[in-house]
Design a protein around this ligand. Structure first.
Ligand code: SF4
Length: 510
């Protein structure tokens, strides 16, 4: 038997549970028959700590160290009913796992585990049989779009870097995940860090980059620790460094720690931060693909985008192209949180309806609550009201409703939450995170926040409402970078679908 214990940050006391299981194996003299393994996130964080028994595929929820003896004693016998999760739970059966397929199935830090699961096969196939233009064509044919938020076509970006003049070429993995409610990148890095490296190495081969950087928040210590370990193992096994796997590819990866500024997720600010300067955005063009790190062509993609590359090359571009909608291909990872029964990390084909995510995968709202809205895209996104729950999840359909796909935060909001409170929270976040370089965002976010406080206190006037809309419009159109341009989105979306709540906050004596 293999007993897999989640070792992600979402499952508390998991180290203690693993040690208790190991002790139970010893006391029951089962060392030859049972192997306890630490694995990455299994997804259903709300039911954690999770333990998976193989080969029976039994999943135990809410496991505590005190359950260890009973779990080990029950192996090969009847499952422990009080801990057992139903095998047909829609949370698992309705998902389509692509980048998460190995999450919770292998030891994140083990190179042998990753190899046995088929890891680095796509890289070997690439180096042995494909030329860089073949890869670029595959990525373009697949229709893959950047998973960091903007949804820019990945193939087009790679092709631009590949043909850009300048040397050396750099490659960056943007792991500066900062949206409140989002933990997709952290979980991917904690669960399958080798897969991210593999995607980066293949990208380096395709665009001709020789040096890569992973820019990751210092607030993600477990992910950083695991990345350091897997980079070292990859170097020792000729998967990184000179003449990778006997090919002519030379590629190195370094980690750069971000200090927690949200604006450093913006690519030009991130690049300045890696260069050792203060993370301030600059106008584009020139785009990083042509003039990026130290003025050289630079490919910058987020964690999930790189994680898509190995399966895409293994299965061919049609495989990704056949999933999802016409313009939004493949799958998307979401951090499903809020007032649903089942919260955690999920992966669904693009085009799945929000209703299926909330009702089936999420298991519906918690007892006694009704759905009010689903928030996507965090402080840059918006709310989809319950009446529009049949909206398919795609870049286009969410944009049409004034929200964005974003990097994958999805917060389910119930009837007890005030939309005015929610947007005030997001605006305070943007005000605090504004870098201050341009006036519309530096001053505008503070002014919008002040106005929202007046609404919260029921002291607003109709003139405040007009001013609120005017300022939001101004910020959208005149801010220098995406942070300021998208900061009004939550407010505008709430005004569009929940205007009544703002009108109810207007003082009656006015
Ligand atoms: Fe800085 Fe905001 Fe201007 Fe972006 S929009 S440059 S975050 S002040």
């Amino acid at each position: 038997h293999h007993v897999f214990v989640c070792s992600g940050l979402g499952c508390p006391r998991n180290d203690e549970i693993r040690r208790a299981l190991e002790r139970a194996v010893q006391t029951q003299h089962l060392q030859d028959a049972v192997l306890i393994r630490k694995v990455g996130c299994m997804g259903l964080c709300s039911a954690g700590p999770l333990v998976l028994i193989q080969p029976q595929e039994l999943m135990y929820q809410g496991v505590q160290p005190e359950d260890a003896e009973e779990i080990i004693a029950s192996l090969g016998k009847s499952p422990i009913q009080r801990l057992l999760l139903p095998a047909d739970l829609a949370f698992f059966t309705r998902q389509h796992k692509n980048v998460l397929r190995l999450s919770g199935r292998i030891d994140p830090e083990s190179l042998p585990d990753y190899l046995v699961a088929g890891g680095y096969q796509a890289l070997l196939k690439t180096l042995a049989t494909l030329q860089p233009p073949d890869i670029l064509r595959s990525i373009q044919d697949s229709g893959l779009r950047g998973r960091g938020g903007a949804g820019y076509p990945t193939g087009l970006k790679w092709a631009t870097v590949a043909k850009a003049q300048g040397s050396p070429k750099y490659l960056i993995c943007n792991a500066d995940e900062g949206d409140p409610g989002a933990f997709m990148d952290r979980s991917l890095l904690e669960s399958t860090p080798h897969a991210i490296l593999e995607g980066m190495i293949m990208a380096a081969y395709a665009v001709g980059a020789s040096q890569g950087f992973i820019y990751i928040r210092a607030e993600y210590p477990l992910a950083v620790q695991r990345l350091k370990r897997v980079i070292r193992d990859a170097e020792q096994n000729n998967l990184l460094g000179h003449s990778i796997c006997g090919s002519n590819l030379n590629f190195h990866i370094q980690i750069r720690l971000g200090a927690g500024a949200f604006v450093c997720g913006e690519e030009t600010a991130l690049i300045r931060s890696i260069e050792g300067k203060r993370g301030l955005p600059r106008p584009r063009p020139p785009y990083p693909a042509e003039k990026g790190l130290w003025g050289c062509p630079t490919l910058i993609n987020n964690v999930e985008t790189y994680a898509n590359i190995p399966p895409l090359i293994t299965h061919g571009p049609e495989w990704c192209a056949n999933l999802g909608t016409d313009k939004s291909r493949g799958t998307k990872v979401f951090a499903l949180t809020g007032r649903v029964r089942h919260t955690g990390l999920i992966e669904v084909p693009m085009g799945m309806r929000l209703r299926e995510i909330v009702d089936d995968i999420g298991g519906g709202l918690t007892e006694g609550h009704t759905l009010k809205a689903v928030q996507t895209g965090g402080p840059s996104g918006g709310c989809i009201p319950a009446a529009l729950l049949d909206t398919p999840v795609s870049y286009e359909s969410l944009n049409e409703l004034g929200s964005i796909m974003g990097s994958g935060g999805m917060i389910v909001i119930d009837e007890t939450s005030s939309m005015v409170d929610i947007v005030t929270y997001f605006m305070a976040f943007c005000r605090d995170e504004s870098c201050g370089k341009c006036t519309p965002c530096r001053v505008g976010t503070a002014q919008i926040h002040n106005l929202l406080i007046k609404f919260q206190n029921h002291r607003a006037t109709m003139a405040d409402l007009e001013m609120l809309e005017w300022l939001c419009d101004l910020l959208k159109n005149t801010s220098l970078c995406g942070l300021g341009q998208s900061a009004p989105n939550p407010v505008l979306s709430a005004l569009r679908f929940f205007r009544r709540e703002f009108l109810d906050c207007i003082a009656t004596e006015q």
